[in-house]
Design a protein around this ligand. Structure first.
Ligand SMILES: CC(C)=CCC/C(C)=C/CC/C(C)=C/CC/C(C)=C/[C@@H]1[C@@H](COP(=O)(O)OP(=O)(O)O)[C@]1(C)CC/C=C(\C)CC/C=C(\C)CCC=C(C)C
Length: 612
């Protein structure tokens, strides 16, 4: 009896498991626990009989002085724990690296017929794995020095072949950080651990059944291959799981309801759905929406990874809709064109909410029918190509129309700004509150509606309370947005600060905009900077006034949405906290929060509300 093997775990495998668990625990969902347990069970059950055979055939062995002596099917307990802990560590690393990814955007509709590249990609993989398997069988049959190598291949490759056949699209197109990295990192780490263990004689490979080749001094080629293939198996398994979940979440037309924890049979139905039947308007529309979110809002992009399933998809589409609408209006060449976009968006919404309509041949169809619905036809005919799919995907069946129209009224207010009226529609503090309510309070209402749709069961009274608080929180975010963008807005001839606030600082809208748009902070005199700071602080005070009275309501949201909503709100409010710091320097452009701080805030917010 000895403790060498147990020490390997104590020193090398348990500490990373603890570290990874600490990092991942605030992000862990029920679905994650479900898949971790599922994978651990498969890993142990599928490896144990094979390993037991290797031990009994003395292909590898464990000196009595290195193990405590307890066994399952002749396999030392420490070894069984190894399957467990390796699967656990690689799985957690995979989950951490895949959290930012919306897997739906990697689903590709394949073409029927011969010309589709995916058919060949799948086939090449299958042939390569098939030939490798054949080689493994040959080695085992020959029964010489390649036996162990053959046994590894014969055991691992059939699983890899099956998993490849189900998830080749993701295995090929997911970023390397999602697939190669979670294979490579633990593999190299375990190679190092194995080299040390073999040198110390913690486990021993029998001499007549190994090639004798080494990958590097002290690391037998069979061991290197074993760790590589086991990590491939774990990651291929996880990718296949993600493929199934992505298919289920992305295509409501195929899967109307998705259980929170889909059974393996249900997941298999998704995996076996022919990819020629995928709705590519949805996958391409989602690709565009994610690209837009990623490019335009670091806060909401980060927050979106904390949401799950169909709610995450709906929020990303909602963001994309708001962004597209805002950009169409903001980037119009003149006020007349901007007004036209507002009108077109209104007409589009009118059509979306017109219910069933009669076609020319008398059939009743849904206004949003993807082929002939008037809303669809209008979006395709009246909007630029990069906006169309976002409009088509907007989930109007689960959003009230009023906040959407009110948002357009907010955009309309922006059209009142001009060279001759720098403060546009903002005459008083109430006007600014109203503007915030329209462009951001509405967005909050829409977000909460989506949350309540995906997690039903909230009473009407509570829903009303949540809406009220959310509306206030939207205004808080908008005040932060204005405080952040003072310079950018002034460059665009917009001053959102109420004239009475400016007057108190002995400024006019013109002198304020003039001071802000000077080439650099250095040219702005101290006198102006003091006034600017006072005005910015006043905007931030108002932001925190709305924030303070609404933040508590986040904890009343349905449980799975609380932490992600905290991340969304707090990562944006962090901008306000940065701007509020006494030493904050006014620079050209926008104030930003460093990436590490965003991540830190997000991680903390996932664990619980801010202490007050
Ligand atoms: C996680 C995720 C993907 C969330 C999506 C949130 C969403 C739909 C945001 C839409 C943003 C948008 C483009 C709106 C158009 C009008 C506008 C510009 C509003 C301002 C946003 C600023 O975004 P950004 O800085 O990227 O824009 P500019 O560069 O300045 O153009 C706003 C400040 C409004 C954003 C308001 C919200 C997201 C509402 C927040 C409140 C909640 C989610 C409710 C919280 C719940 C309770 C119970 C308190």
């Amino acid at each position: 009896m000895g403790y060498d093997y147990a020490l390997v775990h104590l020193i090398y495998t348990i500490p990373p498991a603890i570290l990874l668990s600490i990092v991942y625990s605030p992000l862990c969902t029920r679905l994650d626990i479900y898949r971790i347990v599922f994978l651990l069970t498969i890993a142990v059950v599928s490896t144990l009989p094979w390993d037991s055979y290797l031990v009994r055939a003395r292909i590898w062995s464990y000196p009595e002085t290195a193990v405590i002596g307890l066994t399952i099917l002749d396999v030392p307990l420490e070894e069984v724990f190894f399957f467990f802990i390796q699967t656990f560590n690689t799985t957690l690393l995979y989950l951490i690296l895949n959290k930012p990814i919306l897997h739906s955007v990697y689903l590709v509709k394949e073409q029927k017929g011969r010309n589709d590249k995916w058919k060949y990609i799948r086939l090449i993989g299958q042939v390569a794995l098939g030939l490798t398997l054949k080689k493994g069988v040959d080695y085992v049959r020959a029964g010489g020095n390649e036996t162990y190598l053959g046994l590894i291949l014969v055991w691992a490759v059939p699983f890899l072949l099956a998993l490849w056949s189900l998830s080749y699209q993701f295995l090929v197109s997911l970023p390397v950080t999602s697939t190669i990295l979670p294979i490579a990192l633990p593999t190299v780490y375990l190679w190092i651990v194995d080299t040390l263990a073999l040198k110390r004689g913690t486990w021993v490979i029998g001499s007549g059944t190994k090639t004798g080749l080494t990958f590097w001094p002290g690391l037998e080629i069979e061991e290197a291959l074993f760790f590589l293939l086991t990590n491939c198996l774990i990651v291929f398994g996880l990718v296949t799981f993600d493929t199934a979940i992505a298919i289920l979440n992305t295509f409501p037309a195929h899967f109307r309801h998705v259980p929170a924890l889909p059974t393996p049979w249900f997941a298999m139905r998704a995996l076996l759905l022919p990819s020629t039947t995928y709705d590519d308007d949805r996958t391409i529309g989602l690709q565009q929406a994610v690209a837009r979110l990623r490019a335009k809002s670091r806060s909401f992009y980060l927050a979106s990874s904390a949401f799950q399933g169909r709610l995450r998809i709906d929020l990303i589409i909602l963001y994309s809709f708001c962004r597209v609408a805002d950009d169409l209006i903001d980037n119009a060449s003149d006020a007349a064109e901007a007004k036209q976009w507002v009108q077109k968006l209104k007409t589009f919404l009118d059509l979306c909410y017109s219910g069933k309509v009669k076609t020319a041949n008398g059939n009743l169809i849904d206004a949003r029918d993807p082929n002939q619905g008037p809303a669809t036809l209008y979006a395709v005919r009246q909007f630029p190509p990069d906006a169309q799919l976002t409009l088509l995907l907007l989930p109007t069946d689960r959003l009230d129309q009023e906040p959407l129209y009110e948002l357009l009224r907010g955009f309309d207010m922006d059209l009142a700004f001009s060279d001759s009226s720098l403060t546009g529609p903002i005459k008083t503090e109430q006007d600014l509150d109203l503007y915030g309510a329209r462009v951001a309070g509405t967005v909050a209402l829409l977000c909460i509606q989506l949350v309540l749709y995906h997690y039903p069961g909230t009473s009407e009274a509570k829903a009303k309370r949540l809406m009220g608080a959310g509306h206030d929180m939207g205004i808080a975010l908008q005040y932060t947005n204005i405080a952040r963008d003072l310079i950018v807005d002034a460059e665009n001839k917009r001053v959102y600060v109420p004239p009475s606030w400016l007057k108190k600082e002995k400024l006019t809208p013109e002198s304020f905009a003039g001071g802000l748009t000077k080439a650099s902070g250095a040219e702005q005199d101290d006198f102006f900077l003091k006034k600017l700071s006072t005005i910015r602080q006043r905007l931030l005070d108002r932001a925190f006034h709305f924030y303070d009275r609404s933040v508590g309501a986040i904890e009343e949201l349905p449980a799975p949405a609380r932490a992600p909503m905290r991340v969304a709100v707090e990562s944006y409010m962090q901008i306000a906290r940065e701007l509020r710091k006494p030493g904050f320097k006014v620079k050209a452009g926008r104030a930003t929060v460093p990436v590490w701080k965003r991540l830190w805030v997000a991680w903390r917010m996932l664990q619980g509300p801010r202490k007050r």
